[in-house]
Design a protein. Sequence first.
Length: 62
Amino acid sequence: MWVKFMDVADGYSAEMWREIFSQEALSVRIVPALEVEKMSVPRELWIPDGKTHVAREVLNKI
């Protein structure tokens, strides 16, 4: 099961966060807030339910 972890301002920020989380072996799904494929629309980052503690630790490191 996936849970919403954070909202980001645009697709570029979402890709940046995906790279950061993937370095810690954490899967990330990027979901557009709207069904538009523009990089300027806000995005949501979803992570596996059992890995929220890993994502929080990554945020604490930054």
